[in-house]
Design a protein around this ligand. Structure first.
Ligand SMILES: *[C@@H]1O[C@H](CO)[C@@H](O)[C@H](O)[C@H]1NC(C)=O
Ligand SMILES: *[C@@H]1O[C@H](CO)[C@@H](O)[C@H](O)[C@H]1NC(C)=O
Ligand SMILES: *[C@@H]1O[C@H](CO)[C@@H](O)[C@H](O)[C@H]1NC(C)=O
Ligand SMILES: CC(=O)N[C@H]1CO[C@H](CO)[C@@H](O)[C@@H]1O
Length: 339
């Protein structure tokens, strides 16, 4: 089942600077979409499209912002007019993934965007909160390179990989809100006794990419990694639960702060959470061998903190999709959102 995308959205997809007419339509639409102040799925969709349109116009003034709003871009707070996205975005279509929670007035979306003259090179993901049809929170992230987030990514593969999230089988068995909330509570709590069955074809992506681990010496796997629900998953006692619970498509968004280290991984680098002790030990062993056997230049292992939004999809009593979206900061960082 597809969302009822506003048709105006398609119009501004590739038309930076020529969006006055569709935008006017979008603005009117949000005002008249429901008679009360509750923002429906259609109203939330319109607000998300307005945010993307305002980036293209390099003008946040057109947005229905609350009198005071909270906003971060890649974990640091800034007024929208000070953010890089409102300066650099040159193309953005409708989101490839859009999860909407009308009960809490929140939404999560992700898509590939272009900045400057580059073509679809960056991955944008975001969470918003809306009260009385006004935006009160914007948590924005943009991946411009593996150095930003320590993980693999693919702006190019993102739209295709996310298609199945937006059109789950029509005969599916929906999980209740209660089940989706317990999934959120268990995401960063390995103590949870919730038993989660992973579907055989559950899709795992990092920043839009179906992850293939090449191994630090290029001798790793050639098949994409599947989803997993290990007992040793990273923990955060202050995880932000139920950020978005989309009951229609079974999508759950949970936020966490994950301490870890950025390790050399061949000539590149990768972020490994401290809770994944085995993976860190393997990397230490690899590094020790590399130092002894070659004079290759390698990044020194360095402490870092990942601010992450984990996006899960659950229906038919099984985990169907798992996305890790992560942005790296220095060691011992806290989130502006969990203060
Ligand atoms: C919107 O309305 C629904 C149903 O009446 C209610 O459950 C929900 O809490 C409301 N959402 C907000 C943000 O007020
Ligand atoms: C799991 O349980 C241990 C021992 O009670 C506790 O220290 C830890 O904080 C718990 N972890 C989470 C994520 O709640
Ligand atoms: C539950 O799933 C059906 C498809 O089986 C879907 O059409 C429907 O919208 C879902 N219900 C809710 C409340 O989202
Ligand atoms: C600007 C930039 O470096 N973006 C990266 C984000 O993801 C794409 C897709 O793989 C990379 O090619 C880009 O380099």
């Amino acid at each position: 089942m597809k969302f009822p995308f506003v048709t105006a959205a398609a119009v501004f997809a590739f038309a930076a600077g020529a969006t006055a007419v569709p935008l006017a339509g979008l603005v009117e639409k949000s005002v008249s979409s429901t008679s009360d102040n509750n923002c429906s799925r259609e109203c939330m969709t319109t607000i998300v499209d307005q945010i993307l349109a305002s980036m293209l116009l390099h003008n946040p003034e057109i947005l229905p912002l609350a009198q005071t709003y909270y906003a971060t871009e890649n974990s640091h707070p800034a007024a929208l007019g000070m953010m890089t996205l409102w300066r650099t975005v040159t193309s953005a279509g409708s989101p490839s993934l859009l999860a909407i929670d009308t009960t809490s007035g929140s939404a999560y979306f992700a898509l590939d965007i272009s900045e400057g003259s580059d073509t679809k090179q960056s991955v944008l993901w975001a969470r918003i909160k809306v009260v009385n049809k006004e935006i009160t929170e914007l948590e924005l992230y943009v991946n411009r390179s593996r150095g930003d987030h320590g993980f693999s990514f693919s702006a190019a593969e993102l739209p295709e990989n996310y298609e199945r999230w937006m059109s789950p089988p029509s005969d599916r068995q929906n999980a209740t809100r209660e089940v989706l909330e317990s999934l959120s509570a268990a995401t960063f709590n390995p103590n949870s006794t919730l038993s989660v069955t992973v579907a055989d074809d559950c899709q795992f992506t990092e920043e839009g990419w179906s992850v293939i681990d090449p191994g630090p010496d290029g001798d790793g796997s050639t098949t994409p990694l599947g989803c997993s629900w290990p007992d040793s998953r990273p923990a955060d006692t202050n995880a932000r639960l139920n950020l978005v619970i989309d009951e229609q498509n079974g999508i759950v968004v949970t936020g966490a702060i994950i301490p870890g280290k950025v390790y050399p991984y061949g000539k590149i680098s990768a972020f490994i959470p401290n809770d994944m002790t085995e993976a860190q030990e393997q990397q230490d062993e690899w590094l020790a061998k590399k130092k002894a056997s070659s004079d290759m230049s390698l990044l020194a292992p360095t402490a870092a903190t990942g601010e992450t939004l984990q996006v899960l999809q659950y229906y038919n009593g099984k985990l169907q999709g798992q996305q890790v979206m992560l942005y790296l900061s220095g060691p011992d960082m806290k989130s502006a959102w969990s203060a």
